[in-house]
Design a protein around this ligand. Structure first.
Ligand SMILES: Cc1cc2nc3c(=O)[nH]c(=O)nc-3n(C[C@H](O)[C@H](O)[C@H](O)COP(=O)(O)O)c2cc1C
Length: 524
């Protein structure tokens, strides 16, 4: 035995390396059957797989230029990170964008901008920017709600996001007077940290699910009664990244806690059906909305991505005829994010936000219905310039998902569907989540929203307005093509937005239905 160990000890290190490579080569050629490249090019073939796996990081850090990456380029990400940390988010020397490029937008500034008078709410509270409309006011719901912030956290469930991320977002919205949309996974304890909540459910009815997987009104009623943080309810019809496809939560993300909250099995993929059981026609949808509003007293809205508009027309016609309808409509763009979706859906199904929103808004406007509805936009709108465009087109609020994730540390690794999110934001692995410092990250979300509102307000003032609801279609211009060069949104999309009834910021500040008011008074 000793002689054998001496023999092994005499083998030089480079011979060990050769032996190891020889064993790998034997395995590659004779034993593994899955990879042709490894078989045909033993040992070196592995390099190809390794380089491919680190390719995204290499391109992100070293190769891609500042404006090149999608969904969010480096300049956009850096702006969110710097804003969230209250660092210098300016750029020096001038824009690095090609401002003559197709689809580039310009906001028209006034010759002399809006001058904020003394004793105006924005003198004391430079981040104060609530929604100009009240959800549920027209339909006389028992508990109408005016969002305290025009930027809010979009639907992302506990499940697709980690507990630490959800808690950071909820505490963050509490600090800046915004709301937090639960996403499809039900109301978790992490959503109940003080922020206003919009309870959202889709075809899986998680959190309000009956035994047979249908919708339970009784459960919804109990949930709303027990949780006064719920200010409104959103029924998800579809989302931009995967319309017509139910949610997919990979089994690897289903922990016992999550299974308990959702009422599903541990470790098994959860696939929500593509359509609702509670309704299948537009009149049934309208009845469903009304019955939820009656039972809960809360404003009720719908969320959808836009493709064909015939059913939207049917809804608008029915709303006109009956005087009933949703209190808010969230329009998601095809560029929207997701925890997990097939690329064919994410890339090709549903229209981008500007195309979809303009179609739906204008058809409600033609029927004189826009004042009844709070229009919410989502789809990469978490930047003040793009928000100005959205408001000019008729949006009353912005929901942000991935931008909010980035403000709490997401690095756009694009692995939300794998449970391996390196920043701990979109994973259920405890070790990865432990890196999230909840108090710090909640400050970051709050600061991102405050910085966003401050810059958006400055743009609004530069355009001569007091509140962004006053933006009109001809206040924003977009580069179209070589023949017409650049045109205002009114000519491009063929409608003029209906002016929102706006009195003053003071009027909004004094509103009894204003959400997040304690936070607004305390922290702004
Ligand atoms: C991780 C993740 C989870 C999401 N979960 C939901 C969901 O449960 N329900 C839903 O309607 N939309 C969901 N979305 C879509 C977002 O709410 C939002 O509509 C979309 O990402 C566009 O906003 P953004 O461009 O600011 O990310 C999710 C998005 C992400 C990134």
């Amino acid at each position: 035995m000793e002689a054998f160990l001496d023999f092994l000890g005499d083998i030089p290190w480079w011979a060990w390396v050769l032996i190891f490579l020889l064993l790998v080569a034997i395995r590659d050629i004779f034993f593994q059957k899955a990879h042709t490249i490894s078989h045909n090019y033993p040992v070196v073939g592995h390099l190809r797989y390794w380089l491919e796996s680190i390719g995204p990081e290499m391109r992100q850090y070293f190769v891609a230029n500042n404006r090149e990456e999608l969904p969010f380029n480096r300049i956009e990400r850096s702006w969110i990170y710097a804003s969230a940390k209250k660092e210098n988010n300016y750029e020096g020397f001038g824009t690095d964008r090609d401002i003559y490029k197709h689809q580039h937008i310009f906001i028209k500034n006034a010759m002399i901008g809006f001058q904020v008078p003394e004793n105006h709410p924005n003198k004391e509270h430079p981040y104060f920017m609530p929604c100009a409309k009240v959800m549920g006011a027209y339909n006389k719901r028992k508990k109408p709600y005016r969002p305290g912030s025009i930027i809010n956290v979009s639907a992302m469930s506990f499940g697709s996001l980690s507990a630490a991320a959800i808690e950071s977002l909820n505490r963050g919205v509490e600090k800046c007077g915004a709301y937090h949309n639960t996403g499809e996974g039900g109301l978790s304890p992490y959503h109940k940290q003080g922020g206003d909540v919009i309870f959202h459910f889709g075809t899986g009815y998680f959190g309000v699910r009956s035994r047979d997987g249908g919708f339970s009104m009784d459960k919804l009623k109990v949930l709303v009664d027990e949780n006064p943080c719920i200010k409104a309810i959103e029924i998800k019809l579809s989302q931009g990244a995967k319309p017509g496809k139910g949610g997919v939560l990979p089994g690897s993300k289903i922990t016992p806690e999550l299974a308990e909250i959702r009422g599903v099995e541990v470790g098994k993929d959860v696939i929500s059906p593509p359509t609702h059981k509670a309704f299948s026609t537009i009149p049934e949808l309208l009845d469903f909305i009304e019955s939820i509003a009656d039972k809960t007293g809360l404003p009720v809205g719908i969320k959808g991505a836009i493709g064909k508009v015939d059913q939207w027309i049917e809804l608008a016609d029915l709303m006109k005829k009956t005087g009933k309808g949703p209190d808010f409509i969230t329009i998601d763009g095809g560029e929207g994010g997701t925890g997990a979706a097939p690329p064919s859906f994410a890339d090709h199904v549903s229209l981008p936000w500007t195309y979809g929103f303009s179609k739906v808004y204008s058809l409600f406007m033609e029927r004189g219905l826009t004042e009844r509805i709070v229009f919410i936009g989502s789809g990469k709108l978490g930047f003040p310039g793009k928000a100005a465009m959205a408001f000019a087109m008729g949006a009353d609020c912005i929901n942000v998902a991935r931008e909010a994730m980035m403000s709490i540390g997401c690095i756009q690794a694009q692995v939300c569907h794998t449970n391996r999110c390196p920043s701990g934001v979109a994973t259920q692995k405890k070790w990865l989540q432990n890196g999230i410092n909840v108090p710090l990250k909640s400050d970051r979300l709050a600061q991102y929203f405050k910085t966003f509102r401050k810059e958006f307000l400055e743009i609004t003032h530069a355009a001569g307005y007091e509140h962004p609801c006053q933006f009109k279609m001809d206040d924003v211009q977009v580069n179209v093509d070589d023949d017409y060069l650049s045109s205002d949104l009114k000519s491009v999309y063929g409608y003029q937005k209906e002016q929102v009834a706006f009195k003053s910021m003071q009027h909004l500040f004094d509103c009894e239905h204003l959400g997040g008011k304690p936070a607004l008074e305390k922290t702004l």
